[in-house]
Ligand binder design. Structure first.
Ligand code: IVH
Length: 696
């Protein structure tokens, strides 16, 4: 995880590097426009530090190693106590070494640690006088910062009045959540402005902007509370002597937003091992957080330990930032591809100049739809900020507008379906080929035949292409009327393969309704939604008879989705009729139609086995990690089907409502979240024993 250092081999390169770092830091803290991404900046500073270690007599006064980060910003309001920065570590080894040196400095082991997310925003000091927010100041050079009190009222979590009339300074980070960032860029570009490259820049630019025609909300996270002139002696004493964990509780009690109610609340750790375990948990949760973090901040919790450690001119010695790998990099947008999916959706995809983010090379990023491209104001050739965290598909956050050269070109939207040349239906945000799912017949048939849908063995992509090219199959229903001699007439289809394929197709006719629904590829309904619809309605006739209101009775289907599902089912009516005529089972075993199931099994669309009967009755189960033992061969979908057969409800995300998490090998953030919420965990083997009677 250690960030490698930039190579600096002479004094001139060193001076240049110091200048580059200064320019980047100024941009970073001042105007919301970065010239280097975080990773590149960290590498540069490490290179500078390495050169300085070899040439201690030649350290330049402007070196970023000797000063408070962000020192380039101008400020006119003095800070009561300097606003310092933090030193960084990049690995468990470096962290352990830091605890050892801290222990040596204070002459004893640190009593306990406070561990919390390192919010990726910018530091501000908020002064409250008799409980009223009177002044907001940026960090500036650490000794004095800029007055940004005009932003009061636009920052969620920083109330105009505290719960008690105290005089105190709250310090913390102002940032934009992902949703606030998207909103800010939409509003900004609608007003003719350039989009911000990432949430951090957006928060920096927005905080400092004085006269804007619009305001966009930001979010505050408090991480410090200190006395100011006017603070009562009793409160001063309390602030000076309290453990950091108590100060954070006090802040939350006053109405200040802290990390407490997020998925990564601050915690207390008794020793370095516990700290490292918590670091792993926070790192695992990072990809799913609705705000950016760039590390974990670890502090000595007790005031006595902090006082004994003291502070240097740049950073306190009692705290350290454990930096996580950067999830954002700047690269170039080379091309936009338009791909037609199995349902006929024409989706844009960004082709990028390859860039390594957290160890993987990123070449593509999602772009949701044409409107998304317009909203983001993207141009071909743009430098773009790319975000990639965990297993989530990389996304473009925004163009880095100030790096534009003028050579960028508009992105051309297709006028005809790029696959079949038909017209494009542009009525909805997501464009669709007028041929719908017939446009990419091979993809839609391959999906329908897949293991989690109709599970037709021997019907892979190549065979489907063969069948379509030979004119034997024009839609899903045609599969079920294929004749033996038709198949025998095809290349590489002997008697055995033909009979095997026909047997597999015949077997598919007995698949439950949930899998048939899924095979139809109704937009917005994947495997788990198809199961819920099937359990709720029990038969295809009931599904088809449902209007939007009835469809909304299914858990997870809201007012927006219901009409589109109903409309799509209507569009599919001729195909469904032919499937029924071909003898496909159109019922869900164990489920009862809604009219007769007011209080009965499956009536709420969630239960699998008769309600209250299976071993998982009333339980919400999440499966994560690789399955082993008796469950080894089950796909995630089959695991979810098993959960539902055994009376439980399957879900893909862990929340307070989850009752059991089946955690296999390599389980990461979901397991961590379950542990944090105190949810029961089971190994695949324990779970297999629990549902033994329901395994096929
Ligand atoms: S404590 C003396 N806690 O990270 C400084 N800082 O890179 C004590 N930051 O200057 C700061 N999250 O602006 C602290 N949970 C957290 C933080 C945090 C983000 C920022 C802060 C600091 C910078 C250092």
């Amino acid at each position: 995880m250690t960030t490698s250092a930039a190579v600096i081999d002479d004094a001139a390169a060193y001076a240049r590097a110091v200048q580059d770092a200064g320019r980047a830091a100024a941009a970073y803290y001042a105007g919301g426009t970065s010239t280097l991404d975080d990773d590149a900046y960290d590498r540069l500073v490490r290179g500078i530090a390495a050169w300085e270690a070899e040439h201690p007599g030649q350290v330049l006064p402007d070196s970023p190693t000797g000063k408070v980060a962000g020192g380039a910003a101008e400020g006119d309001v003095p800070h009561i106590v300097p606003m310092l920065s933090l030193d960084n570590v990049f690995s468990a080894e470096e962290f352990t070494a830091w605890t050892v040196s801290l222990g040596r400095r204070i002459g004893r082991e640190v009593t306990r640690f406070h561990v919390g997310p390192k919010l990726d925003g910018l530091a501000v000091a908020a002064r409250y006088s008799n409980g009223r927010l009177t002044r907001l100041i940026t960090r500036g050079d650490g000794t004095a910062g800029e007055d940004v009190s005009h932003a009061i009222g636009t920052i969620e979590g920083l109330p105009a009045a505290l719960a008690e009339p105290v005089t105190v300074e709250v310090r913390g980070e102002v940032l934009m959540t992902t949703a606030q960032f998207e909103h800010a860029n939409e509003v900004r570009t609608a007003h003719g402005g350039q989009p911000f490259a990432n949430p951090r820049n957006a928060a920096a630019g927005t905080l400092r902007a004085k006269e804007r025609a619009y305001t966009v909300p930001m979010t505050f996270f408090g991480y410090g509370l200190l006395p100011v002139p006017g603070t009562t002696p009793a409160l001063t004493e309390r602030l000076d002597t309290s453990a950091h964990s108590d100060l954070m509780e006090l802040a939350a009690g006053l109405g200040i937003h802290t990390s407490a109610r997020t998925a990564v609340p601050d915690t207390v750790a008794q020793d370095p091992e516990q700290v490292l375990a918590r670091v792993q948990e926070i790192a695992a949760a990072r990809a799913d957080l609705p705000f950016g973090i760039d590390g974990i901040v670890i502090k000595a919790d007790l005031a006595a330990d902090r006082q004994a450690a003291g502070s240097g001119s740049r950073a306190p010695r009692w705290a350290i930032a454990y930096k996580l790998p950067a999830v954002e990099k700047i690269t170039r947008l080379l091309e936009v591809e338009w791909n037609v999916g199995r349902t006929g959706i024409i989706a844009p995809r960004a082709v990028l100049e390859p860039v390594v983010i957290d160890g993987s090379t990123v070449t593509y990023a999602t772009l949701h739809n044409p409107a998304d491209i317009t909203r983001r104001g993207l141009l071909l050739g743009d430098h773009v900020m790319v975000h990639r965290a965990g297993d989530v598909i990389p996304r473009i956050e925004a163009p880095v507008a100030h790096l534009r050269t003028g050579d960028e070109r508009p992105i051309a939207f297709p006028e005809h379906c790029p696959r079949c040349g038909s017209d494009i239906d542009t009525r909805e945000e997501r464009w669709r080929c007028a041929q719908g799912r017939n446009c990419h017949l091979v993809a839609s048939l391959a999906y329908a035949a897949g293991r989690d849908q109709l599970d037709i063995e021997g019907l892979g992509q190549t065979r489907i292409v063969q069948l379509v090219d030979a004119g034997l199959v024009g839609d899903l229903a045609d599969l079920f009327t294929l004749q033996r001699d038709q198949l025998l007439g095809l290349d590489r289809m002997g008697e055995t393969s033909t009979d095997n394929l026909l047997a597999a197709i015949a077997k598919a006719k007995t698949q439950p309704l949930s899998r048939v629904l899924c095979a139809l590829g109704i937009r917005g309904t994947g495997r788990s939604m198809s199961r819920r619809i099937a359990r709720h309605f029990a038969t295809m006739d009931h599904v088809r008879a449902a209007d939007a209101g009835a469809m909304q009775q299914v858990e997870g289907i809201g007012a927006e989705k219901a009409p589109s599902i109903v409309a799509e089912l209507a569009e599919l009516a001729p195909l469904i009729d032919r499937l029924t005529a071909a003898g496909i089972s159109m019922t869900e075993p164990g489920a009862t139609p809604p009219a007769t199931a007011e209080a009965g099994p499956g009536g709420d669309g969630t239960a699998g086995a008769p309600a209250g009967s299976g071993p998982l009755a009333g339980m919400a189960v999440v499966v994560t990690g690789a399955m082993t033992g008796a469950l080894e061969r089950l796909t995630r979908n089959e695991m979810n089907e098993l959960v539902e057969r055994a009376g439980g409800r399957s879900s893909s995300s862990v929340s307070k409502k989850t009752t059991l998490v089946v955690a296999g090998e390599g389980a990461g953030s979901k397991r961590a979240k379950a542990e944090q919420l105190g949810i029961r965990l089971a190994t695949p083997e324990e779970f297999a024993a629990l549902v033994a009677g329901f395994l096929d």
